[in-house]
Design a protein around this ligand. Sequence first.
Ligand code: PGA
Length: 250
Amino acid sequence: MAEIKKIGTIKVIICDDSKNAAKHGAEIFAEVINKKPDVVLGLATGSTPVELYKELIRMNKEGALSFKRVKSFNLDEYLGLTGDHPQSYRYFMNKNLFDHIDIEKSNTLVPDGTSKKPEVSCKQYEESIKKANGVDLQLLGIGSNGHIAFNEPGSPLTSRTRVVDLKENTINDNARFFSNKSEVPKKAVTMGIGTILEAKKIVLIATGANKKNAVSKSLNGKPDTDIPASFLQNHPDCTFIVDKEASSQL
Ligand code: PGA
């Protein structure tokens, strides 16, 4: 069961719980992939998309969905972590999705966290997205501070893929994945807000009470750098999928 409403330009799907939110998200992904088998996906990491990825894996295993011709670009990566580091986002993607579906690994791109020349590799990442004719469907999570990817509060609307400093509350939020808070990298490479807004379709998933402030400010406030997700109001095809807890202030 889900309630659907429109807040400004954004379609909001309110699901009973996080499991249903993941199911709704996976259905949108499956529909888009089935319609365009060589689709370009923008993918996200974090706790929120894990259930959605499980659904996609299930559909793939059941033969209802193929990723053979799909290409993907991930939003971000910690600076300094190699792809085989258990907390790197490359490792996360392999473990939570790519290792279990029929996607060609060479078609899965994640920003390079270990480049000796990050500015050059950020530019190359943007060029690779352009060469693929842009992202068709972008998945997003949202930080408790309103960040999208690692575009922290203060990130400009026009920002592109670049190296950023992580805010203290993001480091605190992500410390749960590391054995010690001091191990959380302080910097990351992230697609910019300008990069994200060029995706043809965007789906943001937010679940849990710790996202309710960020969700309501993103949808009800004016677009502002203090809440980067509020810039999604500028996108013509953006859907928020939220559970009851994350929507409690709408
Ligand atoms: P989470 O992260 O899914 O782990 O809450 C979301 C984000 O920071 O974008």
